[in-house]
Design a protein around this ligand. Structure first.
Ligand SMILES: N[C@@H](CCC(=O)N[C@@H](CS)C(=O)NCC(=O)O)C(=O)O
Length: 213
């Protein structure tokens, strides 16, 4: 059994979708970030950097419990463990890891800075905003080109790389002035990925598991 510590953001949704796609049994544990649950000593024993999400696999390697954080590490672990969304063919396996890394290492960062400047800072940060806006568009254009060459990020195979990107685009598109207008290949891919029952379920798991106050 896997414990999934989550809150309703794109990073939480990545793990929820991966768990649904993997078919592995899991329990959702609501992490109340509004109350600082991610910064407690107990949670930091699972994720020492105090960020959401994290998992504990009680049946980890060697039958021992494994606590894991970082969405990319969690996604790759779940994909390999379940054999789902884990390309076998060597080229697609390498490309899956490459494209899976682009989202957390680049696109998440650009959208996050954008969001934080808009919601948490005062004063004029036009240069920083412009820089990260251009980063977002540069990356979206690269994803769009890739998804024009192949149906999925790794190539022919739907993989954990697609799950890294999907919630980020769906959630953060509101920050783009023209939405997904310029990115027709990303739009078509969103329709393909979003039609999957496991993706639909994963995108709603956290909201469903969040206590109503
Ligand atoms: N690189 C991390 C990013 C995780 C992350 O930034 N999580 C946010 C919520 S979406 C968080 O925990 N923020 C709280 C904080 O930074 O204190 C991953 O991919 O898991």
């Amino acid at each position: 059994m896997i414990d999934f510590y989550g809150f309703n953001t794109a990073n939480g949704q990545k793990v929820a979708v991966m768990l649904e796609e993997s078919g592995l049994p899991y329990t959702f544990k609501y992490l109340d970030m509004m109350k600082g649950a991610h910064l407690t000593d107990d949670y930091k024993r699972i994720n020492p950097i105090g960020k959401m999400p994290a998992i504990v696999d009680h049946d980890g390697p060697g039958g021992k419990p494994l606590a894991l954080f970082e969405t990319l590490a969690i996604s790759a672990y779940l994909a390999e463990k379940s054999g789902k969304l884990w390309p076998q063919e060597p080229l697609e396996k390498a490309l899956a890891m490459e494209w899976a890394t682009v989202t957390p290492a680049n696109l998440n960062v650009a959208f996050n800075v954008h969001f934080i400047i808009k919601t948490r800072t005062k004063g004029d940060h036009a240069e920083v905003t412009d820089y990260y806006t251009s980063q977002v568009h540069r990356l979206m254009a690269v994803f769009d080109q890739r998804l024009g060459e192949a149906p999925y990020l790794a190539g022919k195979t739907y993989s954990y790389a697609d799950v890294q990107l999907y919630p980020v685009v769906v959630v953060s598109v509101a920050a783009l002035d023209d939405g997904l207008g310029p990115y027709a290949n990303v739009r078509a891919w969103i329709d393909r990925v979003g039609a999957r029952p496991a993706v639909q379920k994963g995108m709603s798991v956290i909201v469903e598991g969040t206590p109503k106050s």
